[in-house]
Design a protein around this ligand. Structure first.
Ligand code: TRP
Length: 456
């Protein structure tokens, strides 16, 4: 009965779209380009891709195996597999991380809404210099009333969908809109690559300069791989728990990872050529995408149409990601605390808004959150992005691999993945990755970062 109440995806394609919807979001289009730009380009991209395949895909499958077996939220899942142990606290860390990421992610998603509005009223259809675009951006993100209101609007949209449950709201939003986003991205990439000076951007993105690599770059690449795939906090445990029993979950997991990575690279193909073409510095930080994009729209025929379509789809991509963040927290309160879905969605959404306010004030809205928060040299928002988006996910992924590899056991995980009757291809390799390669690689990165204190 529990299953019937919790809901289920209508099939494999629906799951792929929903999980891809979770994975594809601002992480690909906002976070990937600016992080690659701050960390020197090609070498970062190469390390990021390495982590996607060596750590990301194994962790996707590890999370899905737990979700499918237990049909539970992250805390309940560990309670079911290893009751009376400390493991459920790992699930708890995941739920807390989801909440924390949502609190700043919703702020950025709010910026997207504002750009959508700007596009609709025709601000981004004509030519715009880098400096003009920068001005607009700084003005927008520094306006406290606007950023706080847009954060609220975005969380409200998220709550309205999550309260309806998995198949009602989430599936519908992704089925048509994700493919549309892809088409628009391809068009923008073609435009950007053919801009004067665009090839320089491609070189920056793909030609590794290994002298740029240090601990911080490696940590950022690992954090980005996990963040982009929605890993390390139980989102895929939760989504896997709704997976129909008779479908091939392995194929679905791989498809999601490949889609997500493809979209990130596509975003890179849009941003980097354009950035060199208009003369914006690659390491301009979190505002990069917002500042660079208007210049591409200005150079396109029917620029306003593309601007509207792009910001609308980006808002929706962000929405399918905030849905997954809130869904993890909601499923915990529904399964473990007996709340109704409706109550959990509203209360948690409202609480998250409250915690998001300092992030909304982090770019000029309030001085204390904007510069050098707690002496870290970062704003409140950027600091949260590093703590939860890099460190917490990395620690979560490390412990998850240790759990699946050494506590629960690879055979049990594989039995769960194969329970539909589809055999796992390359299962030996996958076992080695989960048991040895992932924990060792992730462990080394963490120890190195702490030892050298290159946290950011
Ligand atoms: N992966 C999403 C993005 O790239 C963000 C996201 C959604 C996420 N759910 C998550 C990140 C869970 C980490 C964990 O935009």
């Amino acid at each position: 009965m529990a299953t019937a109440n919790r809901g289920q995806w209508s099939g494999k394609t629906a799951f792929i779209l929903a999980a891809a919807g979770s994975a594809i979001g601002l992480g690909n289009i906002w976070r990937f380009p600016y992080t690659a730009g701050e960390n020197g380009g090609g070498a970062f991209v190469l390390i990021y891709l390495g982590f996607v395949f060596l750590v990301g895909i194994p962790v996707v499958l590890a999370e899905l195996s737990i979700g499918r077996k237990t049909e539970k939220n992250p805390v309940g899942a560990f309670k079911a597999l290893v009751p009376k142990s400390l493991w459920p606290y790992l699930g708890g860390l995941g739920v807390a991380t989801g909440f924390a990421i949502l609190s700043f992610y919703a702020v950025l998603a709010g910026w997207t809404l504002s750009y959508l509005y700007g596009a609709v009223v025709g601000i981004y259809g004509g030519p715009m210099t880098g400096a003009e675009s920068q001005d607009l951006f700084v003005h927008l993100i520094g306006d406290p009333t606007l950023t706080i209101s847009l954060t609220a609007v975005f969380l409200l949209l998220t709550v309205l969908i999550v309260r309806k449950g998995v198949s009602g709201g989430i599936e519908l939003a992704t089925k048509i809109l994700m493919p549309m986003l892809f088409v628009i991205l391809v068009i923008l990439a073609v435009r950007s690559v053919t801009l004067p000076g665009g090839l320089e951007g491609l070189e920056y993105l793909f030609k590794p300069d290994f002298s740029k690599i240090d601990g911080g770059v490696i940590m950022s690449a690992l954090g980005q791989a996990l963040f982009s795939l929605s890993l390390g906090m139980g989102a895929m445990i939760t989504y896997g728990s709704y997976f129909p029993k008779n479908e091939n979950i392995f194929q679905a997991g791989i498809a999601v990872a490949l889609f997500d990575t493809g979209i990130a690279i596509l975003a890179g193909l849009i941003i980097f050529p354009a950035l060199f073409s208009v003369g914006v510095a690659p390491d301009s930080g979190p505002g990069l995408v917002f500042v660079v994009l208007p210049s591409i729209f200005g150079s396109l025929p029917a620029g306003q149409f593309f601007a509207v379509a792009f910001y609308a789809l980006l808002s929706i991509a962000a929405l399918t990601s905030t849905i997954s963040l809130l869904e993890v927290v909601v499923s915990y309160f529904v399964d473990e605390k007996g709340w109704t879905r409706e109550k959990a969605a509203w209360i948690l959404g409202a609480t998250c808004f409250f915690f998001g306010i300092p992030s909304a004030l982090s770019n000029g809205g309030a001085e204390m959150f904007t510069t050098n928060f707690l002496g870290t040299g970062l704003s409140f928002l950027d600091l949260n992005n590093v703590i939860w988006g890099n460190f917490s996910l990395t620690i979560g992924a490390l412990l998850l691999c240790i759990f699946v590899g050494w506590k629960w056991g690879i055979p049990a995980a594989f039995e769960s993945l194969e329970s539909s009757g589809h055999k796992l291809p390359g299962s030996k390799l996958l076992g080695i990755l989960i048991k040895f390669v992932c924990p060792i690689a992730v462990g080394i990165v963490l120890v190195y970062i702490v030892a050298t204190q290159q946290y950011f």
